[in-house]
Design a protein around this ligand. Structure first.
Ligand SMILES: [Zn+2]
Ligand SMILES: [Zn+2]
Length: 393
């Protein structure tokens, strides 16, 4: 084990290294913010990020897992292999309203600064570029294809309205629904029709009833994407898309069946034929490695931020980092970039992602990540504790 004075000195050096990158990281994150790209189309962001890493001696592999905008950048050899994950996709209409431009900046900044720790103690640091977090769960595909199999631990920091070392994220799956009825003149011969829209409306009513009697934190929400063709035709087709979320996988399985029964019941009641398709992508709940989270928290607090161990907000979403956290010990802390009344996926959050508070959050996140890398490579027994906790989960 390294002497604690050595570790403190090295932490001061990685902080200095991030300060030295301040202008470049700021430019990089603002450039990504002002050219928002949707999931799997993050061509410019990936070009900028990989160029930056290459200029800093990382070896780059592009298009991994068959995804053109996924990549790895690696530095050093051997164990521990510490992955820092980058996201860089934006939202339709809203641009970078989830602040993924800041995730990208903090990740590459932390990785470049971590080179000092790798030189001193060995090990390796990997940037894993993960596309399409918002719309398609890029990490779920990458996890299935083994992108995290040779990694010992994975970290990333997400912009938020609280400083917290852990995140609550739910298991989640999408559901596409169609009802097929029978067209008829809605006034002249309604008795000849089968109403596909009524089947959809009854499904919503059944789900609303179900919602009263499900566990806290479970969520069911959806929209109608086709409600019929004309007011004087009995709707022959209706379609909708839904999302079901739960705190754990077992309850998600149970809820899936109960939600599906709402549609089956509506089909029976109306005579419409039901067709449904569960999405191939299923988000796993996020498992926070508390040994890693506490290390990160301590490092973030040393920068003068007050960091809670658990996120106090009741805003439970889902993230594809959940799937990574089932394979390797992981953390997905939050860094505050806006006042707590601002909500993610809003124009206000998009503005915060390009604000001075956003840039400061990105730099602090980069520093705390790099300091955590120092802890992990300098103290092999911490890595053992991290893994022991993971095996018990
Ligand atoms: Zn996000
Ligand atoms: Zn988001």
């Amino acid at each position: 084990m390294a002497r604690s004075s050595d570790i403190e000195e090295l932490k001061a050096s990685v902080i200095g290294e991030i300060e030295a990158q301040r202008h470049q990281l700021r430019d990089l994150s603002l450039k990504i913010h002002s050219s928002p790209e949707l999931g799997f189309h993050e061509v410019k962001a990936v070009a900028w990020l990989t160029r930056y890493l290459e200029e800093n001696d990382f070896s780059i592999e592009r298009g991994i897992c068959g995804l053109p905008t996924a990549f790895t950048g690696s530095y050093g050899r051997g164990k521990p292999a510490i992955a820092i994950l980058a996201e860089y996709d934006a939202l339709p209409e809203l641009g970078h309203a989830c602040g993924h431009n800041l995730i990208a900046g903090s990740t590459v900044g932390a990785a470049v600064a971590s080179k000092l720790a790798i030189h001193r103690f060995g090990g390796s640091v990997l940037v894993i570029g993960t596309p399409a977090e918002e719309l398609y769960g890029g990490k779920t595909i990458m996890a299935e294809q083994g992108a995290f199999n040779n990694v010992d631990m994975a970290m990333m920091v997400h912009p938020a309205v609280h400083d917290a070392a852990t995140t609550q994220a739910l298991a989640c799956i999408g559901l596409d629904i169609e009802f097929l009825g029978k067209a008829a003149h809605a006034a002249a011969s309604p008795e000849a029709g089968i109403n596909a829209l009524e089947a959809m409306l009854q499904s919503f009513a059944a789900i609303n009833s179900l919602r009263q009697h499900i566990k806290d934190k479970a969520r069911i929400h959806g929209i109608i994407t086709d409600g019929g063709q004309a007011a004087n035709i009995v709707p022959v087709h209706s379609a909708g898309t839904f999302i079901v979320r739960a705190e754990d996988d077992a309850y998600l399985d149970e809820l899936k069946e109960r939600v599906l029964n709402c549609f089956i019941g509506a089909a029976t009641a109306t005579g419409a034929r039901l067709e449904y398709r569960w999405s191939k992508v299923r988000y796993a709940p996020l498992h926070n490695n508390l040994t890693l989270a506490r290390l990160f928290r301590q490092n973030m607090q040393s920068l003068g931020r007050r960091v809670l161990l658990s996120d106090p907000s009741k805003a439970f979403g889902s993230t594809d980092m959940g799937n990574v956290s089932q394979i390797v010990p992981s953390i997905h802390p939050n860094v505050a970039i806006a006042p707590k009344e601002v909500v993610a996926h809003s124009p206000e959050f998009a503005a915060a992602a390009a604000s001075e508070a956003g840039i400061q959050g990105m730099l602090d996140a980069a520093k705390a990540l790099a300091m955590t890398v120092v802890d992990l490579v300098a103290n092999p027994e911490i890595a053992v504790r991290v893994k022991r906790e993971f095996r018990r989960q």
